[in-house]
Ligand binder design. Sequence first.
Ligand SMILES: Nc1ncnc2c1ncn2[C@@H]1O[C@H](COP(=O)(O)OP(=O)(O)OP(=O)(O)O)[C@@H](O)[C@H]1O
Ligand SMILES: [Mg+2]
Length: 258
Amino acid sequence: MKEKRKTLVKFSGVHKRFGSLQVIKDLNFKVPEGEVVSFIGLSGCGKSTTLRIIAGLEEVNKGTVERKFDNLGFIFQEPRLLPWKTVLDNICFVLKDRIPNKVERQEIALHYLNLMELTQFKDYYPAQLSGGMKSRVSVARALAIDPDIILMDEPFSDIDFPLRLVLIDSLKDILEKESKTVIYVTHDIRDALLLSDRIYVLTARPMQLKEELFISEEVRDINNPKFSELERYVINLLKEELEIKRLDEMRVESIVIK
Ligand SMILES: Nc1ncnc2c1ncn2[C@@H]1O[C@H](COP(=O)(O)OP(=O)(O)OP(=O)(O)O)[C@@H](O)[C@H]1O
Ligand SMILES: [Mg+2]
């Protein structure tokens, strides 16, 4: 019998407002240990806000948030690197408390930089990197600290699709080997399909769950016809939400004009 997995994050009836703007309305979901769970939704629907709530950086107005993990890695939408440190030192820096030995720290940092195809840029400073390269450093840094759960906010959005495929493959390898729990936020359906065990498709603001999809190993393959089928299916779900959002904006405009 399959062992029941522990739930690391659970939202029950969560509501979140910023002033008069209702961003999240009655959001319910769970993230089981060892799964890669993607959140996919339109720009501005509340994905980053949800990650910030999970990280404890934002309070909710109503509902409960259960967090059953000790440490978390957060890859923010904007990579937050220390500009005065090299790529290698940006990673070694976060390992200082856990790994006292400098050589060991560097080995770990280099291992993750290699996975993100960045070895040759280890001595560069952040200002000398492209946007996508900075994002890859922040992915390497989050993996290196070996947290229970990693929150990733569109880490590969600045990267061309062929390289993204390589990076996603590397990421999948280590996530499987190290059985990590990941919450991956994206508006790229292909990223979500390639990586996830489970995808939560979100509605436009105020955000709720629109649909929960379970992705099997065989579907996580760009050459599988089911991949394209699911891609189209999710695109249509998001198109529906875009339509709802437009109608809603027109309704608000007409109220203002009246
Ligand atoms: N600190 C804040 N104060 C006021 N409004 C905020 C704040 N943070 C987010 N919002 C608003 O909440 C909504 C959701 O923002 P959020 O950043 O969560 O969206 P998102 O789904 O991550 O979008 P994107 O895909 O463009 O990154 C937006 O309308 C945004 O303006
Ligand atoms: Mg965001």
